[in-house]
Design a protein around this ligand. Structure first.
Ligand code: NAD
Length: 484
């Protein structure tokens, strides 16, 4: 594939600075979700390819990379960030074809990738140890050191952003990386390797092995040469990853699913809230870990707000990624079946409104009309389980206490938002809601690479993004010198 001035093969692994076919020569098809057509093939990496990648990363760990001053690592990351910016349009087109993301959203992901590289480039030399006052005759200090080889297993929904935040932070701390992208969306991960190569990263520092989760992914999570695993994906696979990490006794960061609520009180500015309430549910066709799939609405404004939400839903247009409408297709036929199965469970619920699939949308694409469901009880499966599609449920509440209790009633705790003009309520709710991020009178805060992100409960543990990620991708050594 040609990416602006950059060429890279889509059917290879990137190991030790070389493009290599999977050792057994196998490949897997890749599909454009907008058309349902095969658009190419990727390498089907397996355990032997993962092993080669881990060995390359281990060797690179003991190479010049280990001696590179932190500011030089940072400079390299920032340089790569600038290169990504020169390739934004091409990256967006590739992601649109591979993931079905409307072009504007794909472009935003490419810009975010550059931003992560710039941010972690700037942060690389700003993480310090400490000196600790101790007994007379001692000098004690701490050193922040890389784990060694870090494994990164990422999903298909935001490949560029998730690679940026996880691999970017790991590299900033001086780790070397093996990346296993999702089989449904490998192309920008391979482009990431090509741009890293162009930027001048030493061979073996960044390795990419495409392949199936149960083959390449499992092999990576179980590999004894991996010293930290960062996993973003579903709860059941997260549980497997944590078990594999436990066997090797290595730390793991789990970024899993969510069922994130927005609480709309009767003193909220509804004009300001309205676009956020809907966009947070339908962005990326609802295939977003931090999608807001539950709208908790005070009964005093319920009917009025439902009318306005419905009006917005009816205006939503769904179509091919290149047409850049509000919503693109789902990633696959399998994902569409999952979402339809959820909708079937809600057959008795009131469908308040739906968006519209454009007439020109190819029949074999995986399109689904965004759906707003009303009158949903908080214990209904549609109000508790992650659907991962463009479906939002509206749940009425009577007072603040009930709103918080419903917000906290799922197994997840990723993000939440509170819409109210009462300062006291803003503070009380922000404290009481169980989530890794709480937004007040907004949703998502524009995605900020600076803002630590992660969940509690079944949404996972550990934090990525911001400086916090740099602590996760490093380990602390205490040095105590007795000098009398
Ligand atoms: P998934 O768990 O099926 O796959 C994620 C990755 O794990 C893929 O690379 C896949 O190949 C790999 N994998 C699958 N089986 C594996 C195994 N046995 N061993 C090792 N690796 C394996 O998830 P998905 O369907 O790609 O993504 C959707 C899920 O990801 C949703 O639950 C969503 O909420 C979550 N997600 C979370 C965040 C976050 O930051 N919290 C971000 C994006 C997506």
């Amino acid at each position: 594939m040609t990416l602006s001035a950059l060429w890279y093969p889509t059917d290879k692994c990137f190991i030790d600075g070389q493009w290599q076919a999977a050792l057994n020569g196998d490949t897997l098809p890749i599909e454009d979700p907008s058309t349902g057509l095969e658009i190419g093939r990727i390498a089907r990496g397996r355990a032997a390819d993962v092993d080669a990648a881990v060995h390359a990363a281990s060797a690179a760990r003991n190479s010049d990379w280990a001696r590179l001053p932190a500011f030089e690592r940072g400079r390299l990351l920032a340089h790569m960030g600038r290169l990504v910016l020169t390739h934004v349009d091409a990256l967006a087109e590739i992601e649109a074809a591979d993931v079905g993301k409307p072009l504007k959203q794909a472009r935003a992901d490419a810009v975010a990738l550059a931003r992560y590289l710039e941010f972690y480039g700037g942060a690389a030399d700003k993480i310090h140890g400490e000196t600790i006052p101790y007994l007379d005759g001692y000098t004690v200090y701490t050193l922040r050191e890389p784990h060694g080889v870090t494994g990164h297993i990422v999903p298909w929904n935001y490949p560029m952003q998730i690679i940026g935040r996880s691999v970017g932070a790991a590299l900033a701390m001086g780790n070397t990386c093996v990346l296993k992208p999702a089989e449904e969306a490998c192309l920008t991960a391979l482009a990431f390797a090509a741009i890293a190569d162009e930027a001048g990263f030493p061979k073996g520092v960044i390795n990419v092995v495409p392949g199936l989760g149960e083959e390449a992914g499992a092999a990576l999570s179980e590999h004894p040469g991996i010293h930290h695993i960062s996993f973003t994906g579903s709860v059941p696979v997260g549980q497997l990853i944590q078990a594999a990490a436990a066997k090797n006794v290595v730390p793991v960061t789990l970024e899993l699913g969510g069922k994130s609520p927005q609480l709309v009180f009767d003193d909220a500015d509804l004009d300001a809230a309205l676009p956020f309430l809907v966009n947070a549910g339908i962005q990326n066709a609802g295939q977003t870990c931090s999608a807001s799939s539950r709208l908790l609405v005070h009964r005093n404004i319920h009917d009025q707000l439902l009318d306005r939400l419905s009006e917005r839903y009816r205006a939503l247009r769904v179509g091919p990624a290149i047409d850049d409408l509000d919503v693109g297709p789902l990633i696959s036929g399998a994902q569409k079946n999952i979402v339809n199965a959820f909708l079937a469970q809600g057959a008795d619920l009131e469908t308040a409104a739906q968006g519209r699939v454009a007439d020109n949308a190819p029949g074999a694409g995986h399109y689904l009309a965004p759906t707003l469901l009303a009158g949903v009880s908080p214990d209904h499966s549609l109000a508790r389980d992650e659907i991962f599609g463009p479906v939002q449920v509206v749940i009425p509440f009577d007072d603040e206490e009930q709103a918080i209790s419903i917000a906290n009633s799922t197994d997840f705790g990723l993000v939440a938002s509170v819409w109210t003009n009462s300062g006291g309520r803003q503070m009380r709710a922000a404290k009481a809601i169980r989530a890794g991020q709480v937004f007040i009178n907004n949703y998502g805060a524009g995605g900020g690479v600076e803002l630590p992100f992660g969940g509690i409960g079944k949404s996972g543990h550990g934090r990525e993004k911001g400086f916090e990620a740099l602590y996760g991708f490093s380990t602390l050594k205490t040095v105590a010198a007795l000098h009398g």
